[in-house]
Design a protein around this ligand. Sequence first.
Ligand code: G1P
Length: 287
Amino acid sequence: MKIKKAIIPAAGYGTRFLPVTKAVPKELLPIVDKPMIQYIVEEAKLSGIELVILIVNHGKEAIEDHFDINYELEDTLRKKGSNGLLGLIEGLSDMIKIVSIRQKKALGLGHAVLQAKHLIGDEPFAVILGDDIIDAQRPCLQQMVEVYERYQKPIIAVQQVAREDISRYGIIKGTQADDRVYLLDDVVEKPSPETAPSDLAIIGRYILTPEIFDILENIPTGAGGEIQLTDGLKVLLKHNGMIGYRFEGERYDGGDKLGFLLANIAYAMKRPEIKDKLVDYLKGYTR
Ligand code: G1P
């Protein structure tokens, strides 16, 4: 069955980016001049997704505005003949169908995903986490859709991480079945490096089957008193099997200050009008 729907959780407080996130949703922080969430929605679109389900909380209305028409601004730019600028915003409102659902209690990623149950129905779907920006020739989710078509099992994106970073991620246990493909036996949320089953971390792209909803409804709260998606995956993989897919591409942790700055530099380097001056500045930078 084709993957047509993607859930994008966007209901966090973004505390790691305070004070900016006091009034500005973290998802709208820019990488160069585009909000982080736009990269994610564009990836969804390029991967064949037709409906994006945003899980939001109070104060995230500006995300909805970003993907809506701003008639006044568009009209002003049109009258001024600023076609280049108009082109940057014009397509945003009809790029893809977007709906949003409020998560009324901050009970974790598993709980956030559960909020979309009634909109998913009986079909496989994607979950994309907005913090994980993946720069790839073939969009990461598209790569995963192809793997899903081959294996017809839930797929999670994985990446090798340094030992000192293991405790920040969900970590997989599995055996390699093919180039980039692992058959999973278990997943563990944020283990210590000593007890971790591998150094392959779950990155924020998932293709899941609807059985996950019943599982999430019935699992006890996990780490931090939250309903953890990874705890749900643990049960789902015992029922259906699950694939870990080591994607092609460069991933930036947009939820972390350094990762966010590196993403900005990497994407700025792709802009001919910025690149040379940025390189000169960095070369000349002395502490
Ligand atoms: C979440 C998941 C974790 C995953 C990570 C990827 O953690 O719970 O399994 O490895 O995203 O970014 P969070 O970053 O929300 O703490």
